[in-house]
Design a protein around this ligand. Structure first.
Ligand code: FAD
Length: 580
């Protein structure tokens, strides 16, 4: 994000906030009140009240969203799709919570006379993470997911269907529904990681126990089939010019390789689902979208930062807002490393992870933008980031469970610490390093953190604290709205130096990162309001005015002067770090 952009968005915040008093600072952060009570030249009311602002993402009202959704649905549905099947087909919705460009839904419709759409609220999603027992799905993501379900139901109902919401394990529910409805096929999106693959295997096994009929000639049994459909990536697995086992390991090679074949390998067009998807089967009780409390979680209200709206309608609204209404696509490449506010990057990830947004739809919108408005590095760069996302998905196919293992795909043996106190200081944003603490507080408060922030807090946990990277990855798994096993564990193994890329020493120097990406301390002051009273250049380097640092940095000192001499580290640097 350029400073001009930052300032614009901040002055907007301040104006809005000036209408309400800012006394919350002391109530919310009483233990740091010695700073907020300072009479420094920076303690103006504009800055003191920034922390209260909530940005809804997308920032459209419901009327505007409905009108966009109507237009897009008109464009992406077709009256001319022919139905040639018999009987009933089930669509088992998983991480593809959308109507548009949904191949499973499309195939179910054309292969049947009636479709039964089902979502199983699997209690295992609300258990604990694998190694460290954190909540597997935190309240914010649960809330987001339920909003996705409510919106999916609404969009299906508008097209003559509904969504059956059942609480339980898919391997119990799906075969039992297939039996009751005599469904010949269950269509679902293919997943790639072990927990999801295991459920697929169990559902298939369950369906094999359901006998729909017995053929008279050879007494063979006809059971419902499970048809799994590839659907998460921008490029289809079958279209990329290598098999999963030959996917290049080093991202830069992958990229060059990909560039070389980009001309040959095309992104498939979005599937045009029929305008009307009915008739719906007769179902006594379609089930309710559970509340977070019913899922055993305490609902969490976002009171600062970004509040994402779940669902396909919001997703389509966000694409419209970011590309067309705010015209931000043309500057994406320059702003994408920002940390503050909704507009420095697309914020598509929560919808992509839940499948309420199709990457192919984003692709088509980028191409339309390039035709109608402007084509530049930024428009390409959004697609480049989606290729990153694809890459981690394909790598999960290649490496299977090793992306979750301590030694990662490369099976590297390092000595890691699991010091609980250090970990908690990271988790709670109390490390004494404002840039780390602000990012971790944002994550807890909103379920989101910028890509820049994620890289910095990952490097700090792994390299400065020496903590087992899986603790960080599992904490992200709990909280991220956009949690996706491939992108999360792929990025963590990469950041921890155990990934498939041998450029393992990705040390992010906090002083350097702070100076480059938060030179005036606006981001840290937003999340740590007690720093607002400090001079801007001190906010990231508060010394004794802030809580004590829990560990020293491996490289570079937390002092704004000396850090000028710290080598630039990060994504593009091969900076060798002593191994623990
Ligand atoms: P933009 O900058 O607008 O990018 C557009 C899209 O490209 C994103 O929505 C995302 O789908 C994709 N993308 C961008 N960068 C990456 C990347 N490094 N890896 C994979 N996809 C990318 N992303 C997730 O979607 N789920 C995760 O669980 C996740 N965990 C992460 C953990 C760590 C330690 C790190 C460093 C990154 C992680 N990311 C994850 C990637 C990235 O941080 C987020 O996708 C991005 O910040 C989302 O914001 P955005 O949609 O505004 O991204």
């Amino acid at each position: 994000m350029t400073m001009a952009h930052l300032r614009n968005s901040l002055s907007y915040l301040s104006l809005k906030e000036l209408t309400s008093p800012s006394k919350h600072t002391l109530i919310l952060f009483p233990f740091r009140s010695q700073i907020t009570s300072s009479t420094s030249r920076n303690s103006n009311p504009d800055q003191l009240c920034l922390h209260k602002m909530v940005h809804q993402v997308p920032g459209l009202d419901s009327k505007e969203t409905s009108s966009i959704v109507e237009q897009i649905f008109d464009k992406y549905t077709s009256k001319n799709v022919k139905r040639n099947g018999k009987g009933i087909a089930i669509v088992w919705f998983r991480n593809d919570l959308r109507v548009l460009d949904n191949e499973a839904l499309y195939k179910a419709w054309i292969s049947s006379e009636m479709v039964l759409p089902v979502y199983c609220v699997d209690p295992r999603l609300f258990n604990a993470t694998y190694n460290f027992g954190f909540p597997k799905t935190g309240a914010s993501r649960a809330q987001f997911l339920m909003e996705c379900l409510a919106d999916l139901r609404k969009n299906l109902m508008n097209r003559g269907l509904n969504l059956l919401i059942q609480h339980g394990e898919p391997e119990e529910i799906i075969p039992s529904l297939a039996k009751s409805f005599g469904a010949h096929t269950v269509y679902a999106q293919k997943e790639t990681c072990s927990e999801e693959l295991n459920v697929e295997r169990l559902v298939r096994k369950g369906l094999q126990q359901v006998v729909l009929s017995v053929q008279s000639k050879d007494s063979s049994r006809i059971c419902p089939k499970l048809q799994l459909i590839w659907g998460t990536t921008l490029y289809h697995l079958d279209d990329i010019p290598f098999s999963p086992s030959t996917i290049p390991d080093v991202y830069t090679q992958f990229r060059k390789y990909f560039q070389a074949v980009e001309a040959k390998c095309t992104v498939r067009g979005c599937i045009r689902v029929p305008t009307s998807l009915g008739p719906a089967p007769s179902v006594g009780d379609w089930g309710c979208v559970p509340s977070t409390e019913q899922l055993g979680l305490q609902s969490q209200k976002v009171s600062r930062g970004m509040k994402f709206m779940g669902g396909e309608s919001a997703a389509v609204g966000r694409v419209h807002e970011y590309f067309w209404k705010k015209d931000l696509l043309r500057v994406y490449k320059e702003t994408r490393n920002g940390m503050l506010g909704p507009d420095y990057s697309t914020k598509f990830s929560p919808w992509l992870a839940s499948g309420s947004l199709s990457p192919r739809y984003i692709y088509e919108e980028v191409k339309r933008y390039e035709r109608e408005r402007h084509a530049n590095d930024s428009t390409y760069w959004v697609l480049f980031e989606l290729i990153w996302r694809d890459y981690f998905r394909f790598i999960s196919v290649k490496y299977g469970n090793s992306i979750f293992h301590l030694g990662g795909p490369r099976k590297l043996e390092y000595k890691w610490s699991q010091d609980q106190k250090l970990f908690e200081s990271w988790r709670d944003g109390c490390t004494g390093y404002p840039l780390i603490d602000a990012n971790m507080k944002e994550l807890s408060a909103t379920g989101f953190m910028s890509n820049r922030g994620r890289q910095i807090v990952c490097s700090f946990l792994v390299r400065d604290m020496g903590i087992d990277w899986r603790m960080g990855a599992e904490w992200f798994e709990t909280l991220l709205l956009d949690y996706d096993p491939c992108s999360n564990y792929g990025n963590w193994t990469y950041g921890a130096g155990v990934g498939n890329d041998p450029r393992e020493d990705r040390y992010f120097s906090i002083p350097k990162q702070a100076q480059t990406y938060d030179p005036e301390g606006e981001y840290v002051a937003y999340w740590l309001p007690e720093l607002q009273a400090l001079p801007k250049e001190k906010r990231n380097f508060p010394g004794k005015s802030y809580i004590e640092q829990v560990v020293p940095l491996k490289h570079g000192k937390m002092n704004s002067q000396t850090s000028q001499n710290t080598p630039l580290t990060g994504r593009r640097n091969n900076f060798r770090v002593n191994r623990r």
